[in-house]
Ligand binder design. Structure first.
Ligand code: PCA
Length: 212
């Protein structure tokens, strides 16, 4: 069984991206009968697309989980849907800012996550981890990555299970970025974020192994 886990480099003026740290922490994780592949993707529309497609074709993972930062969110967000659209509020890390551009000309308008998002959210909450279902992954590079993975799943049959998880800021990012009162910006510690992602991996593996 092969799992691909991706995160992102920092973007939009931030110095860190929690998902880069999470992915690096998972690099050496050992799970019986599971090969874990990790990648920190550039926040660059064209490069993230190329790198992801190459990795999916090379590895042919049964499961892929994609992680990104969503500044301002208060919980671990299980994304429900990816849209076939790029409409960037800010330029990517190489200055490209697509407006109303399709991701795949022959793709559906939208694809739904293949993760058991409701069960995962409930189980994370039972563990005391703030978690919600999100109905929009945005229209930036995270939505693009989620869309491409689901498109690939539909067209080629793998990854069989794939989805996207947005995480909030880390406390140190809030401390650094928001130094005056009056702004209420949520964060979740690295340890709790990592615990959440490990639980999501475990649940997705269990779901995968369930007889249909
Ligand atoms: N978050 C951005 C792109 C990279 C990341 O971590 C997003 O939500 O699209």
């Amino acid at each position: 069984m092969k799992i691909l886990i991706t995160g992102f480099e920092p973007f939009g003026g931030d110095k860190i991206n929690p998902t880069e740290k999470i992915v690096n922490a998972l690099k050496n994780e050992k799970i019986e009968n599971v090969e874990i592949f990790t990648k920190v993707l550039p926040v660059v529309f064209k490069k993230a697309d190329e790198i992801l497609v190459d990795m999916l074709n090379e590895i042919k993972p049964e499961i892929s989980l994609h992680l990104g930062l969503a500044a301002g969110r208060s919980g671990i967000s299980l994304e429900r849907v990816a849209l076939n659209l790029m409409d960037a509020r800010i330029p990517d890390n190489e200055g490209y800012q697509p407006q109303d551009v399709q991701i795949r000309k022959d793709g559906a308008n939208a694809y739904f996550s293949k993760l058991s998002i409701k069960k995962i959210v409930n189980d994370l909450r039972k563990e005391g981890i703030p978690s919600v279902i999100s109905n929009t992954a945005g229209l930036y590079v995270c939505n693009e990555v989620m869309y491409i993975s689901l498109y690939h799943s539909e067209k080629f049959g793998f990854p069989r299970k794939t989805g996207f998880i947005h995480v909030p800021y880390l406390p140190e990012q809030v401390v650094e970025k928001f130094s005056y009162t009056g702004q209420n910006v949520p964060s979740i510690s690295f340890d709790l974020q990592l615990k959440a992602v490990k639980l999501i991996i475990k649940e997705t593996l269990q779901e995968f192994e369930k007889p249909c």
